[in-house]
Design a protein around this ligand. Structure first.
Ligand SMILES: Nc1ncnc2c1ncn2[C@@H]1O[C@H](COP(=O)(O)OP(=O)(O)OP(=O)(O)O)[C@@H](O)[C@H]1O
Ligand SMILES: Cc1cn([C@H]2C[C@H](O)[C@@H](COP(=O)(O)O)O2)c(=O)[nH]c1=O
Length: 210
């Protein structure tokens, strides 16, 4: 990648559980730092001490669907105020594992949260603010489930959901991408890691370092 981007950017990674975001996030962060950029890598739910405590509840404690959506946005409000916006203002790039598209995909698409409630929360928590680029890792739920199972770690409340849940989450991500194609890029995640890495690098280069 050549050239210099003018301002710090907010880049988010999305996809169903097991889509393969983690290693590609690490690749991107390494790539950006290699360009001499200051990069803050973070995640949702989480990213702040309070957000990490909310994450524990969200991933393990049974709760009402609307409680889940409210806690996701509560953690996000804190994350924006305490970390994301100050980092961007200071010129640090922010790379985040999941953001509001995940609430649309999981709570609206997966669980059936009323879309108007989601929109009200999004408008409240971050009016006029969206990621500069969102990368949706797309793959069939059965492949993702096999990858998660192969890790051998105990599944959390979301990972224990059935295939049809992840089918709805996947469809909601793709709908969100179709609605905002300038921001959201879909990456076929059922390919070799090196192929995905190369595509990711090309997208970022084209977008920010033309
Ligand atoms: N392209 C790939 N092909 C095959 N396996 C992969 C690929 N990418 C990642 N994996 C493996 O799949 C598993 C899940 O990957 P990873 O943890 O990166 O997914 P994730 O999207 O971050 O998942 P989650 O959202 O559940 O944290 C890991 O064991 C990882 O090594
Ligand atoms: C931000 C956000 C996340 N989720 C779900 C999606 C995942 O199952 C977990 C987070 O775990 P990860 O594997 O570390 O990505 O939380 C959600 O349902 N809604 C959201 O807004």
């Amino acid at each position: 990648m050549n050239g210099t981007a003018t301002r710090a950017r907010f880049i988010t990674f999305e996809g169903i559980d097991g889509a393969g975001k983690s290693s590609q996030i690490a690749n991107l962060v390494e790539l950006l730092r290699g360009r001499g950029l200051d990069v803050d890598q973070t995640r949702e739910p989480g990213g702040t001490p309070l957000g990490e405590r909310l994450r524990e509840l969200l991933l393990h404690e049974p709760m009402h669907l609307e409680t889940e959506a409210l806690l996701m946005f509560a953690a996000r409000r804190e994350h924006l105020a305490a970390r994301i916006l100050p980092a961007l203002a200071a010129g640090r790039w922010v790379v985040c594992d999941r953001f509001t598209d995940a609430t649309y995909a999981y709570q609206v698409g997966g669980r059936g949260l009323d879309e108007a409630r989601f929109e009200a929360l999004e408008r409240w928590v971050h009016p006029d603010f969206q990621p500069d680029l969102t990368l949706v890792f797309d793959l069939p739920p059965e492949i993702a489930a096999a990858r998660v199972a192969a890790t051998g770690t105990a599944p959390d409340r979301f990972e224990r959901e059935q295939r049809d849940f992840f089918g709805r989450v996947r469809a909601a991500y793709l709908l969100r991408a179709r609605r905002d194609p300038a921001r959201v890029r879909v990456i076929a995640a059922d390919r070799a890691p090196e192929t995905i890495r190369a595509e990711l690098e090309a997208i970022v280069a084209e977008r920010f370092f033309p």
